[in-house]
Design a protein around this ligand. Sequence first.
Ligand SMILES: O=C[C@H](O)[C@H](O)[C@H](O)COP(=O)(O)O
Length: 224
Amino acid sequence: MNTKQMAAEQAVQYVQDGMKVGLGTGSTAYWAIAKLGERVAEGLRITAVATSVASEEQARGLGIPLLGFGEIGRLDLTIDGADELNDRLELIKGGGGALLREKIVAMNSDRMIVVADESKAVPKLGRFPLPVEIVPFAWEWTLDAIRALGCTPELRKSGDQLYRTDNGNYIADCRFGEIASAQQLADALQRIPGVVEHGLFIGIASLAIIGHSDGRIEVKEPAV
Ligand SMILES: O=C[C@H](O)[C@H](O)[C@H](O)COP(=O)(O)O
């Protein structure tokens, strides 16, 4: 079993009968959805919503009951991956382009558990370029405004084309270097009108489960 799978499967142990569950996106969340599918096949009764078309398709294929947002109400638990996490459980997310849906789902959940392999745990956020979802309209001006915050933004590509999120938007991958204050950067990005959402998740994850290559599974609460 790989380290992502170890972490993801451990997180699924927090899912109990009757829960409403948010399904994350990416190669780590994939293993959580796979394990949930096994448990559903064994009789676990849950309902779920997905954070991406890919996760929705995976869940549907496994027979995990999916509900609409108008039917399900507030979620008990969301399990999702991250591109980076620090000791305060501040995250960078969006490497797979799903950050907007992921943030909506996580913030409508009583609890978010982040699952990751050890490579994602860092002392300071910023080695991974911060994904920022922007509207296509006047994207050049939006990139200028992001650049003025002190980074080199690059529009994400998919082959020869500009990458589009599940919401039809662009992603700017922003190299800020070491991020001194995630909150200050989040506030500044949010003030730019063309920015739909950014990949900084602050005060959202309440538990991290990290798989280590020596076989250890680390369970971490946010440091104060
Ligand atoms: O947009 C994608 C998500 O934020 C993912 O959860 C994140 O990129 C981590 O993905 P992975 O588990 O594949 O490293």
